[in-house]
Ligand binder design. Sequence first.
Ligand code: HEM
Length: 433
Amino acid sequence: MIVLNDIADINELLVKRSGNYSSRKQLVYAGKYRSQDKRLVLLPYGALLKRQRAAVFQMLNARVVGAYEGIQERGAMKLLSDILKNPTRAYMSVKWYVAETLLTLVYDKTFDNEQDLRTLLHILETFVQDMHPAQHLVDTLPILDWLPEILAPWRAEARKKHTYEITFYSRLLQEVKERMNKGESLECFASRLWEDAEKNGLDKISMAYVAGSAFEAGTDNTAGTILWFLVAMLHNPDTMRKAQAELDRVLGPEGYIPPSFKNLQDLPYCVALVKEVFRWMPVAPVGSPHSSLNDDTYQGYRIAANTTIVANIWAVHHNEKDYPDPFTFRPERFVPAVDSKVEMEHLNEGHYGFGFGRRACPGQYLASKSVWIGIVHLLWAFDISPPIDEYGTAILPDTTAVRDGITAEPGAFDVVITPRSGARAQTIISACG
Ligand code: HEM
């Protein structure tokens, strides 16, 4: 295994030579049996990967994600309403916001049926566990895959999980097809997948996984980033106030007009703040390991075929040379020159949280917009502060504590969230009931 800590090496190998460094090591349990070699995130480099990524790209590239802004704005408003009703359950409200927004985007559906959310989260949770290379012995010793069925009960277990999830994902996809057949006009990934089915050349299982993958790959990462934003605000109240002052200048101090995407160009500090969250605490600190296809040489070293390459995003983001004082949360490092125009795409520039080359996150434009609109809504509506102990001292979260799992979410923390004004609370209630 090679771990790359320097952006110049990452750019040379994973970006410039991406034809050779864009595969994934096969996971026997999660890839071969549980996903029947059809789940995008685990696919080796080849024709199926290219077809699946092309299908996702059509639905998620920087130009088309504009169509989803209404859904994202309504989702962000609902996030505020949930927190207003249950201020102590911010963690769950953030998770719910991300999961429901993605479900609407992917299947044009909300979680009226709570069972669907539970099933989706269950699939996600068990898949994340199965993806861990140390979870199943066969992924450390692939020779165990030669054992007969009777000595390898894990194989039947993995196939059972496949049947469970593919039945579920296929039902969600099929429901969209039936609504289209009835003449409903839908604007979601699944309807686009059906419309482009022939052009995409994907079978039904691949289509079901492509749609499901968007939900799987997007939920924890997006939610984790917003949770780190809350942690950043607890430690940096001056930064919070500076962003709120910018919002008030643009939207008026009264609190009757919530932010929207059309305000982005007038909110450069809020854009810089979101970029700094991506940099300060990348939720995928080592991305997803890439694997090489052929032997190669680099700076006098031989890199054999099938070598695992890890891009250490954390090290790149905390390199003193590129980001002075890297452990300090300081949006100012990303504030553009006064006369330069801020664009949506800037959210994804200047940091590397979405990975590299031909495996870079295909959901990044949607993700950064969900994070941005969620964060500016929270800043517009609420003051975010730490609880105070009996001696009057603020109880601040430990920024080195991280939850277990592939996504680096902050460890459990308490936060006090209060409306900035009665008018803001009223605006939220009027919008969401
Ligand atoms: C803040 C949120 C997100 C972050 C930080 C993030 C980050 C990443 C990273 C680091 C990778 C691995 C890249 C590599 O291998 O070099 C990845 C892969 C992926 N992401 Fe995201 N992601 C986010 C949200 C999303 C969303 C919302 C979607 C879909 C709607 C999505 C879909 C995917 C898919 C399908 C892959 C696998 C790509 C492949 O293996 O070719 N992600 N993401």
